[in-house]
Design a protein around this ligand. Structure first.
Ligand code: PLP
Length: 427
């Protein structure tokens, strides 16, 4: 095994300038070439690349400590138990949800499952006919469809906060909606995966809770990119996903207020989530296990624990400074391309490291395909946000997104590839 996440991150990090992290050497995949060209990975909003510390932690766990959790008395099983608990403690601490605070940290399959957990377990018990659920036009399908299904099933209404021409939400509209008195829950993203908008989550949460409604934040695009403190944000539920946070696929996180989770019925049922089972019924395990039915993602949790340890050692303020500077460079360079329009807030300070754009005369899929010939990986499509695309009046955009390992030179490589792509189209 190579060094721990902390050792690796401290060994390769950063010299002086807070906005210039240099951690590329920690990410083995970045040494790859595609058709003889260096890999330029600008699709971290889709999934992040993994540092060796994470890859090694997962491999080491499987090689030396693998056993099921919560059932064995032998030493190996106790090692697996300890590794799983340690990972949960690290993840909770990273998010500001650790210790004896008001939150319990539950592992799920991804953020989609975390949101479904709340929609099913809290929603079916608390939302009924005549109630409303409020979401926003900028949500990912993962934070739309579970609420559509809940509202259909319970005879409740689903309403949307609009996105304005700057890609932002209106706090006045939020207040108006809450004043109607029927909103039971508001679910909204911390950072939009299309617009990049950073929403004022603490302010929104304060208004929502003051109105007696429950607040759920989708933190999929925030947790890996800035200092997030779930306690300071104050939402009732905060959900995120491991694979975008330098961790493995197959693991997500739900931080939830203990008193709400205690009252909620289980989501998935079966082994491990029970206290006892009889022929005609069962009682539930304590938190967080009540919401972790079946064998949990053990090696994935170990990997995510290593990922947050790695990010924590870099320092999330430095991660944000690095990515904000890169985003500013990205916005400046994209403005040089004739006919290119970026959606969302104008300034990097108001955005996560995401720039979605269209180019007159080119379909976004053609843009992504043509730049991929230069080894540049960006995404094109509706980004699982079709209602937002409708509100923006476009079926699709191309999207470049940065991570902690990207450099200004890679943004420049995207620019060269975009200009060459326009030439292919005779523009
Ligand atoms: C804002 C947001 N929410 C939810 C998701 C869904 O993530 P997962 O597929 O890991 O559940 C994504 C992924 O793109 C996202 O960007």
């Amino acid at each position: 095994m190579t060094g721990t996440a902390t050792e690796t991150a401290t060994a390769t990090a950063i010299h002086g300038d807070a906005a210039a992290l240099d951690v590329r050497g920690d990410f083995p995949i970045l040494a790859r070439e595609l058709d003889g060209r260096p890999l330029v990975y600008l699709d971290s909003a889709s999934t992040a690349q993994k540092p060796a510390a994470v890859i090694d932690a997962v491999a080491e766990h499987l090689r030396a400590h693998n056993a099921n959790v919560h059932r064995g008395v032998y030493a190996l099983a106790q090692e697996a138990d300890a590794a799983y608990s340690k990972a949960r403690a690290a993840v909770a601490a990273f998010a500001g949800a650790g210790g004896a605070g008001p939150f319990t940290t539950i592992f799920t399959k991804n953020v989609t499952e975390a949101i479904n957990l709340v929609a099913y377990a809290w929603g079916r018990a608390n939302v009924g006919a005549g109630d409303a659920v409020l979401i926003t036009q900028m949500e990912h399908h993962a934070n739309i469809v579970p609420w559509q299904q809940l509202c259909k099933e319970r005879g409740a209404r689903l309403r949307y906060l609009r996105v304005d021409e700057h890609g932002q939400l209106s706090m006045e509209q939020l207040d108006e909606e809450l004043a109607r008195g029927d909103v039971r829950l508001v679910a909204f993203t911390h950072v939009s995966n299309v617009l990049g908008t950073i929403n004022p989550v603490a302010e929104m949460t304060a208004r929502i809770r003051a109105a007696g409604a429950v607040a759920l934040v989708d933190g999929a695009q925030a947790m890996p990119h800035m200092a997030v403190n779930v306690r300071a944000i104050g939402a009732d539920f905060y959900a995120w996903t491991g694979h975008k946070a330098l961790g493995p696929t197959g693991i997500g996180v739900l931080h939830g207020r203990r008193e709400l989770l205690e009252e909620m019925p289980p989501f998935l049922t079966g082994g491990d989530m029970i206290a006892s089972v009889d022929f005609d019924g069962a009682t539930w395990n304590e938190l967080p296990y009540k919401f972790e039915a079946g064998t949990p993602p053990i090696a994935e949790a170990v990997g995510l624990g290593a990922a947050v340890e790695y990010l924590g050692a870099l320092g999330m303020e430095r991660v944000r400074a690095h990515e904000e500077a890169l985003t500013a460079h990205l916005l400046t360079r994209l403005a040089e391309v004739p006919g290119l329009r970026v959606v969302g807030p104008a300034h990097a300070v108001d955005r996560g490291g995401i720039a979605s754009f269209t180019i007159d005369g080119m379909h976004p899929h053609d843009i992504a395909e043509l730049v991929s010939r230069a080894g540049v990986c960006i995404r094109a499509g509706h980004h699982c946000a079709q209602p937002l695309m409708r509100a923006l009046g476009t079926p699709a955009t191309a999207r470049a997104s940065v991570g902690v390992y990207n450099t200004p030179a890679e943004v420049d490589a995207l620019l060269d590839a975009l200009l060459a792509a326009r030439e292919v189209f005779g523009l």
